[in-house]
Design a binder for this molecule. Structure first.
Ligand SMILES: Nc1nc2c(ncn2[C@@H]2O[C@H](COP(=O)(O)OP(=O)(O)O)[C@@H](O)[C@H]2O)c(=O)[nH]1
Ligand SMILES: [Mg+2]
Length: 303
């Protein structure tokens, strides 16, 4: 078992243990309606949301075996992830967006590290210009990753910094440009307009950019994550999700709910605070972390 997977599994342990109480192993061929209702409640407690929980249970009920039925119902919610959109020419430009504190800057450090380990050159634009501390925090991550930074003074226009960063990426032949942005609540119209402007300006600096817009969602946010993705997708054109802090939530059903609602690919998950704690999202690994395996179930029934 990879250490990443074990951290994910540990992070999701609360949901898994609760669901293990409700889902018997392969020796049981059916659950009563009351038992399925308990499973549905368990899924809601795991952050799946009422609508997704109902859909999962309706599908799983048709299966001959409850646990594998639920597993397959979950897998069915993930469409085959489309490939990441690539740049036709020039650098791959990635805009990273999301609410305050979700983990954008940390995730950018992790992504820059990953791209560097693939031998790619990376420049990062510090467009969270509200606080000097935010720029300094990003500078530390970027230096550790071995990437370069484009910054201006604090208070500078974020769109101007984004433009500079993409232009630098094009002019100097970088492979990847990543744009960090200030966190913003999706209901703040002024800041959301500013984000739309950042996006527009990026497209002026390079045709076809940004190639991807990844929204970082904190797994611990609960139901508000839905409203966040809805609004950011509308304003910034979110094209993929990164779910951070899956090491700490104890839950994780929010991932299923987001995927079911928005059909957006989950590209990566964050499982810790260091540069290495980012893993590509794999639906089957994730589900294996969320649901009890036969071993867990058997342990339960032995007790
Ligand atoms: N446990 C855990 N903490 C994380 C993860 N990603 C980010 N954080 C922490 O979340 C906090 C906010 O992160 P930051 O990158 O500054 O968020 P931003 O405001 O979206 O840029 C920091 O304390 C990070 O260390 C993660 O995957 N797991
Ligand atoms: Mg930040």
């Amino acid at each position: 078992m990879s250490s990443f997977f074990s951290r994910l599994k540990k992070g999701l342990s609360r949901s898994r243990e609760e669901l293990a109480q409700l889902l018997p192993g392969s020796n049981v061929v059916s659950l009563s309606d009351a038992e399925w209702a308990d499973v549905e409640d368990g899924l809601i407690l795991a952050d799946c949301g009422a609508e997704t929980a109902l859909k999962l249970v309706e599908k799983a009920k048709k299966s001959r075996e409850p646990l594998s039925g639920l597993k397959n119902a979950m897998l069915g919610m993930f469409s085959d992830a489309s490939a990441v959109n690539q740049a036709a020419t020039g650098p791959f430009v990635l805009l990273v967006v999301g609410v305050n504190g979700t983990g954008k800057t940390t995730t950018i450090g992790k992504l820059a590290t990953m791209f560097r380990s693939e031998g790619k050159s990376v420049v990062v634009g510090a467009c969270d210009t509200f606080r000097a501390a935010a720029i300094d925090q990003l500078a530390v991550w970027v230096a550790r990753a071995g990437a370069d930074l484009v910054r201006q003074h604090d208070g500078a226009d974020p769109a101007a910094v984004a433009y500079d960063a993409v232009q630098r990426g094009v002019a100097r032949g970088y492979d990847v440009v990543i744009i960090d942005t200030a966190g913003r609540v999706q209901t703040d119209k002024g800041l959301m307009d500013e984000l739309a402007k950042v996006r527009r300006v990026i497209s002026k600096a390079q045709d076809g950019a940004p190639h991807e817009v990844w929204q970082v969602v904190d797994a611990g946010t609960g139901q508000n994550a839905i409203a966040q993705v809805e609004k950011f997708r509308e304003v910034a054109g979110t094209s993929g999700l990164i779910v951070s802090k899956l090491d700490g939530t104890g839950k994780g059903g929010i991932v299923l709910q987001l995927v079911q609602r928005f059909s957006l690919p989950v590209r990566y998950v964050g499982v810790g605070e260091t540069l290495e704690d980012l893993m590509p999202f794999e639906a089957d690994e994730f589900i294996a972390g969320l649901l009890p395996d036969m071993g867990d179930v058997d342990e339960q029934s032995v007790e």
